[in-house]
Design a protein around this ligand. Sequence first.
Ligand SMILES: *Cc1c(COP(=O)(O)O)cnc(C)c1O
Length: 411
Amino acid sequence: MEQTCHFNTKLLHRQAAREYENREILPPVSQVTAFRYECMEDLERVFQHRSSGYAYTRIGNPTLTAFEQRINELEGGAGAVSCSSGMAAVAAALLAVCGSGDEIIAGSGLYGGTIGLFHDFEALGIRTRFVKDLREAEQYITEKTKVIFGELISNPALDVMDVPVVSGIAHRAGIPLFVDATTATPYLAAPLKLGADVVIHSTSKYINGGGNAIGGVIVDGGRFPWDFARHTALAAFRQYGKMAFYVRLKTDLWENLGGCMAPANAFLSSAGLDTLGLRMERICQNADALARALADIPGIAVNYLTLPHHPYHAYVEKELNGYGGGILSFRAGSRANAFRIINTLKYAMIASNIGDVRTLVLHPASTIYRQAGKAEMEAAGVFEDTVRVSVGIEDDEDLIRDFTEAVMKNG
Ligand SMILES: *Cc1c(COP(=O)(O)O)cnc(C)c1O
């Protein structure tokens, strides 16, 4: 494959997208629980990791491998692990490096499920310190801190992590940076190249894109020099050096937690991945056009990264390949206005997920932030009158007309 070829060509034609056993053009679905062997010795070797092969789908399956290799290639990683959901991926990645008595430093404005997970971790003796801007993480790092975790683009606040700066802080303190890049997608950003050590995606969103399979993936850059005296959770895997995190995940924690991706979901996510570049191009164009149209309406405050006044505007060029992503939000003036606008929209579907080809709309304060306090909610960029939009691939004229009419009538 030529070095000079671009994202979509690479995505469709690099090795991992072509190496199927019978030259299938898509990865075949190994919809099986287990794999049989001709003799006991062969299965023994597979179990001892002395020869490659599959034994049981929770431990490995060719359809999962095919998907993992494509994502790994796309991210420039050293190894990927697919998971049953984005939450399973976040949980497994963090549990691989943290145990009782350890601390995590996390950005604020995180996905609601991840905040809930950090509360669950407290019962296991793992504490999380939330830092609004991870560029200020240094003062919170202690000997107990094992990882810095944050989202590349938070949703719906749209705070962007300065990955080179935050990874510098982490690395000087001897800890890795894990980045949840779900909202950025591999089309906008390459977190490993920017300095992150591990990248996580909920593939349920943009990677699948069609809203037909829950999944998650963890990609290890394989470059972090683990200090096994500090990262005791990985001490049993010291012989693998910089690959200790990946090997612990793959052969121990992921297997034992039982969070494998379903083979059918790996197939659907791989098929969805084929059009990631095409969809993101269109989604980002639509989001930019819709944000500008809404921002032109007097009295409507719009939050979108490519708008010139946005506090993270500079990161569009610096980290996001010139794009603003697929999520925007605007303030409708009151909760009642927000509800009326949402209910008036003809094309946007009322749904709580993001990353679909269809435009999705939601009132976050009454749904995904229902359990958050006012301060926590406002720190996450959510107000009583906020409407969140996950922009789809519809024709932009139709989206703009639909939203402008709904806002003018009800704003
Ligand atoms: C959706 C999401 C998750 C969780 O993923 P699921 O696939 O729903 O489990 C984690 N992080 C971010 C940023 C998300 O948007």
